[in-house]
Design a protein around this ligand. Structure first.
Ligand code: XIL
Length: 394
């Protein structure tokens, strides 16, 4: 046997050993990114300067996740706080961190009605920025930001939260961009982003567009929006469903699967981009113990189980739909979550508790990823099959 054959043989023995190891039982140490990699799914989190700058939190980010989204640091308000003065510190740090840890980046977000700089919104309302100037400013903003990170961003949330929370839903009539520039601006935003980075996957991102509103109204509006963008030949590649769930509302897991499938049938990739599952919490402690309702402040042991079920349901929908390329949580620790600051009395929304201990929500995702990898190995039951040895024949 020559050296090359020996090396190849050794490599295949090693590969077999690795496969055998991978087949071993789940351990608490199995990371989400490693488990996701085995089923071609990137597991992501939002990150910010605080979480990236803290030793314990950044260790979890590096270990558990294979794609990062800047929670705020690529928003217009942050990158250009005063006109012509740019601050790329947070965004650069996140992109560098991702590069150092073998992670991809989801860029977030280019055209949105929220977190715009005051100079821009006040300029428009005060009449010092005309419609044609506003259009130029958006084109310039997209060219500058997408161009700066050209080749470094996997997916861009080009347009965020354009659709109304109504039944039927449609583009928000008072959306800052559409009301000032007309609906054609949506396709233009995609075109400008594509020109600045032809490799990046360009996404439409929104919440409640995979059935979470109960009526599917926003989903239907999203499908209509995508079809109209495709008719205008806008370069749209993917749809992000944010996945911000709340235990006080319903969640239909089958509908989410069907809705993601429908986006995929339009030729798009899909992603879960901001998953979390919030509920009411005890206000008298800092541990975010879940309660049944604000009026019954008794800690609830069923709330974490319900939240775990919904996290698993979202991940399952993504795993079932082949076009689903990433599953991202909007922060991973209750100690550093946007939820308590945004939804009064709510919390307990994340995978880790305030002391950075993994919760059942975390374990549920591990087990689901492991199931996704292991399921095809079980073979199938045939008529008359009585053996339980796991292969296809008796
Ligand atoms: C949130 C951030 O988490 C907060 O820190 C910030 O104060 C407000 O924005 N949908 C989105 C995200 O697309 O950008 C939002 O992030 C959460 C809802």
């Amino acid at each position: 046997m020559n050296f090359r054959l020996m090396a190849a043989a050794a490599a295949s023995v090693l590969a077999l050993a690795a496969t055998a190891n991978a087949d071993e039982a789940l351990t608490n140490a199995s990371t989400l990114r490693a488990l996701g990699a085995q089923v071609r799914l990137r597991i992501g989190t939002a990150a910010n300067p605080t979480t990236l700058g803290d030793a314990a939190l950044s260790q979890i980010i590096a270990d558990q996740f294979s794609v990062l989204t800047p929670e705020n640091d690529m928003k217009w308000q942050v990158v250009e706080p005063t006109q012509g003065n740019f601050n790329w510190t947070g965004a650069d740090n996140l992109v560098n961190f991702a590069e150092q840890h073998g992670q991809l980046v989801r860029g977030h977000t280019l055209m949105w009605h929220n977190q715009l700089p005051n100079w821009l919104t006040q300029g428009v309302s005060g009449g010092t920025i005309s419609a044609s100037q506003l259009r130029d400013l958006l084109r310039q903003h997209i060219a500058t930001e997408v161009g700066r990170y050209r080749g470094k961003i996997w997916q861009w949330d080009v347009v965020n939260e354009l659709l109304a929370d109504a039944n039927p839903s449609q583009i928000r009539p008072n959306d800052f961009w559409v009301s000032n520039l007309g609906p054609g601006i949506v396709a233009d935003a995609f075109r400008w982003a594509h020109a600045a980075d032809p490799e990046a996957l360009l996404c439409y991102n929104d919440y409640n567009i995979a059935g979470e509103d109960g009526s599917n109204a926003k989903h239907n509006a999203a499908v209509a929006l995508i079809k109209s963008l495709q008719a205008e030949k806008a370069p749209i590649d993917c749809v992000g469903d944010q996945g911000h769930l709340d235990l006080q509302f319903g969640f239909n897991q089958i509908l989410m699967t069907q809705d993601l499938q429908e986006f995929a049938s339009l030729g798009l990739k899909v992603a879960i981009t901001e998953a979390d599952v919030r509920t009411f919490v005890e206000t008298t402690d800092t541990n975010q113990s879940p309660v049944v309702s604000p009026t019954d402040p008794t800690p609830s042991h069923t709330a974490d189980a319900a939240a775990t079920d919904w996290y698993i349901g979202m991940l399952q929908s993504c795993l079932i739909v082949k076009a689903c390329i990433s599953f991202t949580v909007w922060g991973f620790a209750d100690s550093h979550s946007w939820v308590p600051g945004t939804f009064k009395g709510e919390g307990d929304a994340d995978l880790y508790d305030v002391n950075l201990n993994p919760k059942p929500q975390f374990t549920g995702l591990q087990q689901t990823l492991l199931l996704a990898r292991g399921a095809p190995n079980r073979g199938r039951l045939r008529d008359g099959d009585r053996d339980h040895d796991g292969d296809d024949h008796d």
